[in-house]
Design a protein around this ligand. Structure first.
Ligand SMILES: [Cu+2]
Length: 155
């Protein structure tokens, strides 16, 4: 019996230790393709949280780092700045889109080709201060799913 019980107990404790996935619905995710040597490219999506959450970061094995950015008009000029966090109120969709908030993949390890998928992990903090993550596979495309192509923004 011991041989059967031990693996069972192990799997139970592994389950108990596993982080619950962040309760966020992700719609219309896409990542702009990049060419060889391109330093950055943007990822866009709509996030709808089921409970109060704050997006605190992101990472991808396919990029050197991932930053949260915001594009804003300053006078006549569109400027981009890194932002540390993005608060998500329950059931209020927040759009990451060209011209607004976006995730910037820095130093792609290889060019992102249209039609492929890139793994992206989002990190959130919940109302209790606990960290929750969400693993995504984001399609590389020249436009939002079902949308028109959007001109690339320059940094
Ligand atoms: Cu950016």
């Amino acid at each position: 019996m011991k041989r059967l019980i031990a693996p069972f107990l192990f799997s139970l404790s592994a389950l108990a230790l596993a982080q619950p996935a962040a309760p966020v619905k992700v719609d219309q995710a896409w990542l702009r393709p990049s060419v060889q040597g391109q330093a950055t490219t943007g990822a866009y999506m709509t996030l709808t949280a089921a409970e109060p959450l704050t997006l605190i970061g992101a990472s991808s094995p396919a990029a050197g780092s991932v930053e949260l950015h915001q594009m804003q008009m300053q006078g006549d000029v569109m400027r981009m700045r890194p932002v540390d966090t993005l608060a998500l109120a329950p059931n209020r969709p927040v759009q990451l889109a060209p011209g607004g908030y976006h995730l910037m993949l820095m130093q792609p390890r290889t060019p992102f080709r249209t039609g492929t998928q890139v793994p992206l992990t989002l990190r959130f903090r919940d109302a209790k201060g606990a960290e929750r993550t969400l693993d995504l596979s984001v399609p590389v495309a020249i436009s939002a799913p079902g949308g028109a192509a959007v001109p690339e923004h320059k940094h």
